[in-house]
Design a protein around this ligand. Structure first.
Ligand SMILES: [Zn+2]
Length: 185
């Protein structure tokens, strides 16, 4: 399998710019620069992006000062070209908003954004509120004693409004739905 990287189509950067304007004005204020890449594979059925073996729709990375000095952006978002192209507008928005939401501005004690030696904004990765690492077999074997079932129960009880109001309306998961995982470094 070989991977083919390209600069993402202008549509991706334009969509991200409007999401930043709408939902992440703080990133807009510090003039964040994001590089958008897309990646595809030459082999059908393979996925170009994965983390810990789990396929991802997109990956976000904070770019270090050396790369920024070479002309790169402050952060980089790589999308799985094939999967992205199959998404509708609202799904594309949700995916890019997710990746952008990972980017958190580092601030001093007065709340002023910190800058690196190039005058670019310092960023840190916002971690997911919820992450799963579940084995079906362990859940089946140990039931309510397993972390799997305890987390699932907690999510069902406390995250009902957030996560399950949509699930109840869905008859089945759309084909190809898998976990989204983002690189945190
Ligand atoms: Zn993520």
């Amino acid at each position: 399998m070989s991977k083919k990287y390209s600069k993402a189509p202008a549509e991706v950067a334009e969509r991200a710019a409007s999401l930043i304007k709408k939902f992440h004005p703080d990133l807009g204020l510090v003039g964040i620069k994001i590089d958008f890449l897309s990646v595809a594979v030459d082999k059908e059925g393979e996925t170009p992006l994965s983390l810990r073996g789990i396929p991802c729709y997109a990956i976000v990375k904070i770019v270090g000062v050396k790369e920024r000095t070479k002309g790169c952006g402050d952060a980089e978002i790589t999308i799985d070209e094939e999967r992205y192209n199959k998404m509708d507008d609202s799904q594309k928005n949700a995916l890019l908003d997710h990746e952008i939401y990972h980017l958190n501005i580092v601030r001093n004690v007065h709340g002023i954004p910190k800058k690196d030696c190039r005058g670019r904004p310092k960023l840190k990765m916002r971690k997911h509120d919820i992450e799963f690492g579940w084995f079906n077999e362990i859940a089946t074997r140990h039931g309510s004693a397993s972390i799997e079932c305890r987390q699932a129960t907690q999510l069902m009880l406390t995250g009902k409004q957030t996560y399950f109001q949509f699930a109840l309306k869905m008859k089945a998961l759309p084909a190809g739905v898998e976990a989204t995982v983002t690189l945190v470094d």
